[in-house]
Design a protein around this ligand. Structure first.
Ligand code: ADP
Length: 501
């Protein structure tokens, strides 16, 4: 744990000189046009740094570098133990630069500094898991006729295009880089324009760790750069985390270009279901508050829809409102802060428009709903809870991506599955009950990639994380993630005779 106090973090923040250029073929470079944009800090709304505004030409250059690196085979054909060593070293460097990276995250997108430091720790665990996997994933020998040897091997897909969002500026890239690099691919990463600085820094650390030039390229830029990457004829696989709306477009781009596989981790409106026989309502309420207010609700698997059985509805709502007091936003550079500002003015306006819509609809506003700490210039919003929300309304259906909880009343436990599944999304869900049979039955009926029982937002490197329905295609994390970045090669060796002949 860093012992730095708020003042020290401010001193360090002021001393930062973030690198904002693209990283291509092992070096920081200017974009072809030389154009940059100013990234602002949501802590004050002031300019933080100039960032490369990459476009098609820069993406082309990065893809060429990645292709060359891949074809040279320095990484793809390296001995597994060498790839493993580099990825371990990369992990060590992440941890050695924990404070520096955390500060970039906090100042660029507003996450509290303690959360940002934890993001680096969990990213390091994730990367370490894939470093370890390099020499532990086997191919298969198939049970074919004894007159042949049927083998299945995995080959790196080639050049991977990765497009990531702003909410976890290190962890989202690492979710893609870990398995893609472990499997031997070269990568072109286009981080989100709102928080590209940490990704830009990651590239240099990977290079310092010994990753050959061209194996990891980072090109900051906006949607046009992302589109160019997604349509690129020389990109073999596209992997993405972000909104469902953009995910759908990426599928179109792929269909209109080279039919590259597109792996999507998209939005959610995850139901957190509290039944009357929940083992401990205090624990459930605490987890419900954390499930929506942690990360200011700018988290794809946020428990943004709380479904509570009628018999305990008022009690649970009362407890979650009480818990929300612990999530009042504070200066994100204060190490005790649990919730910082939203990422930018645009996101604040969007979230506020949902709050206004809720107010106007007459639904009960239990707490919050106001912008706060305005004197800082930052985009802080109070933790906000609406109760007795109609599950069919926009408040309960749209991914708000802010600290806004919609509580829906369940007239009976039987309604839990029907209402829980009444959404286009299927990223995560939770059920709180003391009855193990009921927990398991409901968990099986919920159409979500992850179902938590008597907890919220737990996970592990060894477990896949992905969505059903419009929450995505494919999963990050776990050894299953490697499948996305490898091609299966079938090898049929004709023996022409029975092995015992
Ligand atoms: P969010 O809603 O979380 O901002 P988006 O889905 O808009 O998420 O953005 C996630 C990532 O997708 C960002 O890196 C962004 O630049 C990129 N992006 C946005 N629009 C497009 C597009 N049309 N084509 C490719 N990438 C895009």
């Amino acid at each position: 744990m860093s012992s730095a106090k708020t003042d020290e973090w401010y001193e360090r923040a002021l001393a930062q000189r973030p690198e904002g250029r693209a990283f291509i073929d092992g070096a920081y470079v200017e974009t072809a046009t030389g154009r940059t944009y100013d990234t602002i800090t949501p802590l004050s709304g002031l300019r933080l740094a100039a960032v490369a505004d990459g476009d098609g030409e820069d993406i082309d250059r990065a893809v060429r570098a990645a292709r060359r690196a891949h074809d040279r085979g320095q990484w793809a054909d390296a001995h597994p133990r060498d790839r493993k060593r580099v990825l371990h070293r990369f992990t060590d460097l992440l941890l050695e630069h924990q404070d520096e990276l955390a500060l970039l995250i906090t100042t660029d997108m507003g996450k509290p500094i303690s959360d940002a430091r934890r993001e680096i720790e969990s990213s390091a665990r994730e990367l370490r898991f894939f470093a370890e996997s390099v020499d532990k994933v086997y191919g298969d020998v198939a049970p074919t006729t004894p007159y042949a040897l049927g083998m299945v091997t995995r080959e790196p897909a080639g050049v991977v295009g990765a497009i990531t969002p702003w909410n976890f500026p290190v962890m989202m890239p690492v979710y893609k880089l870990g398995p893609a690099l472990a499997a031997g691919n070269a990568v072109v990463l286009k981080p989100a324009e709102q928080s590209a600085l940490a990704a830009v820094r990651l590239a240099a650390l990977a290079s310092e760790a010994g990753l050959p030039n061209g194996v990891l390229n980072v090109v900051p830029g906006g949607p046009a750069a992302g589109e160019h990457l997604a349509r690129h004829l020389d990109v073999d696989v596209l992997t993405f985390t972000g909104s469902t709306e953009v995910g759908k477009r990426l599928l179109v781009y792929s269909g209109e270009s080279n039919m590259k596989p597109v792996w999507l981790e998209c939005g959610g409106k995850s139901p957190n279901i509290v039944l009357a026989d929940a083992p401990d309502l205090d624990v459930a309420a605490r987890a419900a508050a954390e499930g929506i207010f942690h990360g200011a609700g700018e988290v794809c698997n946020a428990g943004s829809r709380l479904l509570v059985e009628d018999a305990v509805f008022d009690e649970v709502v009362g407890k979650v409102v009480e818990e929300s007091a612990h999530w009042q936003p504070r200066d994100a550079l204060d190490p005790t802060s649990r919730m910082g500002p939203l990422v930018d003015q645009c996101q604040l306006d969007r979230v506020m428009s949902f709050v206004e819509e809720g107010r106007a609809s007459g639904v009960r506003l239990e707490t919050g709903g106001r912008r706060t700490l305005e004197e800082t210039g930052g985009y802080y919003l109070e933790p906000t809870i609406f109760s007795d929300v109609d599950n069919a309304s926009r408040l309960a259906q749209e991914e708000i991506f802010g600290p806004v909880l919609s509580v829906v009343r369940l007239s009976s436990a039987q309604e839990a599955v029907e209402l829980g599944n009444a959404t286009v999304y299927g990223l995560a869900a939770a059920v709180w009950t003391s009855d193990v049979t009921r927990a398991f039955t409901i968990a099986r009926q919920l159409k979500a990639g992850t179902v938590y029982v008597n907890c919220y937002d737990k996970g592990d490197n060894s477990l896949p994380f992905g969505g059903y329905k419009q929450s995505g295609i494919g999963a990050d994390r776990s050894l299953h993630a490697m499948d996305k970045y490898t091609n299966l090669k079938t090898l049929w060796v004709d023996l022409n005779q029975h092995p015992r002949a």
